[in-house]
Design a protein around this ligand. Structure first.
Ligand code: NAD
Ligand code: UGA
Length: 434
């Protein structure tokens, strides 16, 4: 089938490559001309394991194309996906101006006699589909036929390719049989369970899913605080409760809190939309509060040990919001580095993939960057682990101890086994395992 995807970022580009991989002919549109040129030249602007090979393979097979022209994309494709940003506004509600602009642009290029399915893949508040349909109707003077569908995306960064190729489920929210049938055909090759709903339910599924996952993380982080106060071990508690199939062990890893471009904004958005519908979701406000406390408690622990942070030489491992990505948007690791810099510490950071983007967006100005974990730790009075890259777990602890001025580790992601680290002579502090 011929598909168009508007927005070639984490969602649009990976979806486009995966649709092409199963045999569809895909045209990816982006209004960032530089990005389109990069993609045409074979350069992938984001780091996502497996993506580069997938893109080059499908470009070579002439199933994947890039353009900056919405008209070119919409003209040649029966189904048009929207995968543009839906950032938060200061009050937590979603800035839907990107979606609205794309809806107007699509309407402007729809031709008479054409039928198009317009699919919203961006994460949006419930009832957005209705507004997209109204907008297209209003701006399409030619009276072209179209249907709007909601098809939320559940990929995780760092494993986006396998998540898309083997999804747990595909949600198709549509009010037209013709559109839903086309969507089912697109997804047939993925051989995954398909859930067909109305548009509002599909939109709500996405916010409710992300909020539930964030709730699980805040739950275990709150339990971690009780573990610290009582001498229990949060890893063992998580194993114990996670073994119950009704609960599950996933997303019960305690740490310095969730970050990234999605959870913080989607939880805020779900709170805002619930408020506006007259059904305040106070539970989610508590989820946000616990999340913020995790970082504050972590910094307080460091301050308690080092007494004064000003002029202290501190090494930080990790800048990205999770491992296996270069994404530093709303990363708790970045916030931790910023907190330390604000108190006058001398911070040296190492991250396998995140440094370039942090520098590009000037996120941790004043920090130094190292080329390896050991280089970052040279002469450090404390080491902070802010992201759990596998590479960090492989660092020889004897060499680390030699390189550091003071053998003090604050592990915000419970990367190390406490007994092992302490056997090398480190003073080691982690989350929920005192
Ligand atoms: P992104 O910032 O990585 O990519 C968005 C792309 O859209 C950019 O390349 C931008 O240049 C392009 N764009 C913006 N306006 C455009 C326009 N008018 N025409 C053409 N292109 C335009 O964003 P993302 O992380 O891919 O997220 C996109 C949406 O998907 C968001 O709603 C997000 O919440 C949701 N989502 C993201 C993830 C994730 O892991 N990143 C997962 C599931 C859902
Ligand atoms: C998350 C969801 O997992 C995806 O299903 C969803 O599609 C996506 O948001 C989205 O809507 O954009 P992602 O943000 O890529 O995916 O990464 P996650 O693996 O969910 O991690 C999010 C944050 O939670 C990270 O900061 C991570 O460190 C933290 N986390 C995760 C924990 O602190 N503990 C855990 O047990 C799991």
């Amino acid at each position: 089938m011929k598909l168009c995807i508007i927005g070639s970022g984490y969602v649009g580009l990976v979806s486009g490559a995966c649709f092409a991989e199963v045999g569809h002919n895909v045209i990816c549109v982006d209004n960032n001309e530089r990005k389109v040129e990069q993609l045409r030249a074979g350069h992938i602007p984001i780091y996502e394991p497996g993506l580069e090979d997938l893109v080059s393979k499908n470009v070579a097979a002439k199933r994947l194309h890039f353009t900056s022209s919405i008209e070119e994309g919409v003209d040649g494709s029966e189904v048009v996906f929207i995968a543009v940003p839906t950032p938060p506004q200061p009050d937590g509600s979603v800035d839907l101006s990107y979606i609205e602009k794309v809806a107007r642009e699509i309407a402007g290029v729809l031709k008479p006699g054409q039928y198009r399915v317009i699919v919203d893949k961006s994460t949006v508040p419930v009832k957005t589909g209705e507004k997209v349909a109204d907008t297209i109707r209003r701006y399409n003077k030619q009276g072209a036929e179209f249907d709007v569908v909601s098809n939320p995306e559940f990929l995780r960064e760092g494993c986006a390719v396998p998540d898309l190729m083997k999804p747990d489920r595909i949600v198709i929210g549509g009010n037209s049989e013709r559109a839903v049938a086309l969507m089912q055909k697109i997804y047939e090759p993925f051989m995954a369970p398909v859930l067909v709903t109305d548009i509002n339910s599909a939109e709500l599924i996405k916010h409710a899913a992300n909020s539930f996952l964030a709730l699980k993380i805040s739950y275990i982080n709150a339990v971690a605080q009780i573990c610290e106060a009582s001498g229990a071990d949060v890893e063992k508690v998580a194993d114990g409760i996670g073994a119950d199939k009704r609960i599950g062990r996933h997303f019960l890893n305690a740490g310095i809190g969730y970050g990234g471009s999605c959870f913080p904004k989607d939880i805020a958005a779900f709170i805002a939309i619930s408020d506006s519908l007259g059904v305040p979701f106070n539970l989610l406000k508590e989820v946000q509060r616990i999340n913020a406390t995790q970082r504050e408690r972590f910094i307080a622990k460091i301050r308690q040990s080092l007494w004064v942070l000003k002029d202290k030489k501190i090494a930080v491992w990790g800048l990205t919001f999770k491992p296996d990505t270069d994404d530093v948007r709303s990363s708790v690791a970045v916030e931790v580095v910023s907190d330390l810099l604000a108190e006058g510490a001398e911070v040296t950071v190492y991250d396998p993939k995140g440094i370039e983007k942090a520098q590009e967006f000037k996120l941790v100005e004043g920090a130094k960057f190292a080329a390896s974990p050991l280089e970052a730790a040279d002469g450090a009075e404390a080491l902070i682990i802010a992201t759990e890259w596998r590479e960090f777990a492989a660092v020889p602890l004897d060499e680390l101890k030699e390189r550091m001025h003071t053998s003090l580790i604050f592990d915000g992601r419970n990367l190390f086994d406490p007994e092992t680290v302490r056997s090398f002579g480190f003073t080691y502090s982690s989350i929920g395992r005192e």
